[in-house]
Design a protein around this ligand. Structure first.
Ligand SMILES: [Zn+2]
Length: 402
């Protein structure tokens, strides 16, 4: 195979300017499932000149596509010393989630048998090989974790800075009175529950919010994100993170409005599936930039925030809304089913038509909205990976400037 180097010159210039990695992809139409000796030679030559040109110490990569039904891909990193290192997995998060791993985990654990009957061994294996980040381990987060763990997800990164309180016991699965009395961290309670299932699942806990570089880096190493938080700042940041690290992001939201006299003004739950290159939560009207600003002000300068709310310049950020376990669990199930349907497309309709699933418990209906054309708000960030400061946010620099 030969190809002109004309196409690569502008890419090299861009890669040098922004310290990006070059990924070379080619196909093996005959289905040959590994790198050939010819590939070794051509990758060696190409990346030798790439390293010579860009002067970077970060690895580049080379991948191969096969013509099978699954569109299998595999690849390797090319290190500055010219050696190759196999990529453990490749994830392509479009409307469907394509996920291929290099390792054979062998026999599946027997607890997965009954859902493997429905989803097949392939999908069940993928779940076992996947790492999932769940941000927020409370009302919707805990039932998401419970379901994913029993579906056989192999590794979790759990993020939540809060401790269990008495007022949480109405909805956090596996939390106990003792946890509330002792003030155990929510992430510890979740980790304990997963460990006690005895599936050998790996769990990493991060008792912090998304304002720390540590949390961002650990989430970035996962394959899928579930956002189970209240508040617009965390949502905005996860959406941004999903673009930088090319990750699929499922966002869950529940909103209950009581009239204070036993009546309900509104009861609403929504699951959004966000593609890294698709519409953002902001595009979909989940929050406005003004709300984002007020949430930021509340965090950085509570006094100025109160003054602005009182003067009527901004609307207050609601705290301590009502919360009901049955509604949370339904929304959590919708989100997990959405994830399964994208990993193992089985619905009669295309996945692009399920970008947003909203349920009104008040009106008694669920509607779905299709993916639309994105504003491109995060387009410049797609696939940039680690930058300094992380996510190009001053908040995440060493000094932690807000
Ligand atoms: Zn080849």
């Amino acid at each position: 195979m030969t190809w002109s180097t004309d196409s690569i010159i502008p890419l090299l210039a861009k890669a040098t300017r922004e310290d990006l990695a070059i990924l070379k992809v080619h196909s093996h139409p005959n289905g040959f499932p590994q790198f050939s000796t010819l590939d070794d030679k051509s990758d060696g030559e190409l990346f030798d000149s790439v390293f010579g040109w860009t002067d970077s110490t970060f690895p580049h990569a080379s991948a191969i596509m096969l013509p099978d039904e699954d569109g299998t891909m595999f690849g390797r990193a090319i290190l500055p010393d010219g050696t190759f290192q196999q990529l453990d997995s490749i994830l392509v998060p479009g409307d469907n989630l394509h996920f291929w791993t290099a390792n054979d985990i062998g026999k599946l654990p027997s607890f997965t048998q009954r859902h493997a009957q429905l989803f097949g061994l392939g999908t069940t294996r993928k779940l076992r090989e996947m790492a999932v980040a769940v941000v927020g381990c409370s009302g919707t987060g805990s039932p998401v974790i419970e379901q994913l763990a029993r579906l056989g997800v192999g590794r979790f990164v759990l993020v939540d800075p809060d401790k269990v309180e008495e007022k949480n016991l109405n909805r956090i699965l596996n939390s106990t009175h003792e946890d509330a009395v002792l003030g155990r961290l929510k992430v510890e309670v979740m980790s304990r529950a997963i460990t006690e299932m005895g599936f050998g699942t790996e769990v990493e806990i991060i008792p912090e919010d998304l304002a720390t570089p540590e949390a961002v880096k650990k989430i970035a190493e996962c394959d899928v994100i579930f956002g189970c938080m209240d508040g617009v700042e965390g949502r905005h940041r996860l959406n941004r993170l999903a673009s930088f690290y090319v990750l699929p992001y499922f966002d869950l939201g529940v909103r209950l409005d009581a009239d204070g006299e036993g009546g309900i003004n509104g009861a609403f739950g929504v699951v959004n599936y966000i593609r890294p290159d698709g519409t953002t939560l902001n595009d979909r009207g989940l929050y406005t930039l003004e709300q984002l600003k007020s949430a930021g002000l509340l965090r950085t300068n509570p006094k100025a925030y109160r003054e602005q709310v009182e003067a009527g310049y901004i609307r207050g950020v609601a705290v301590d809304r009502p919360a009901v376990i049955s509604i949370n669990m339904q929304i959590a199930s919708t989100a997990v089913n959405e994830f399964l349907a994208r990993l193992h497309p089985y619905r009669s309709d295309d996945n692009k038509n399920f970008a947003m699933a909203s349920t009104s418990f008040f009106h008694g209906f669920t509607r779905r909205d299709a993916e639309e054309s994105p504003s491109g708000m995060f387009f410049n960030n797609i696939g940039k990976g680690d930058v300094y400061p992380l996510l190009e946010m001053p908040l995440l620099s060493d000094e932690g400037i807000t």
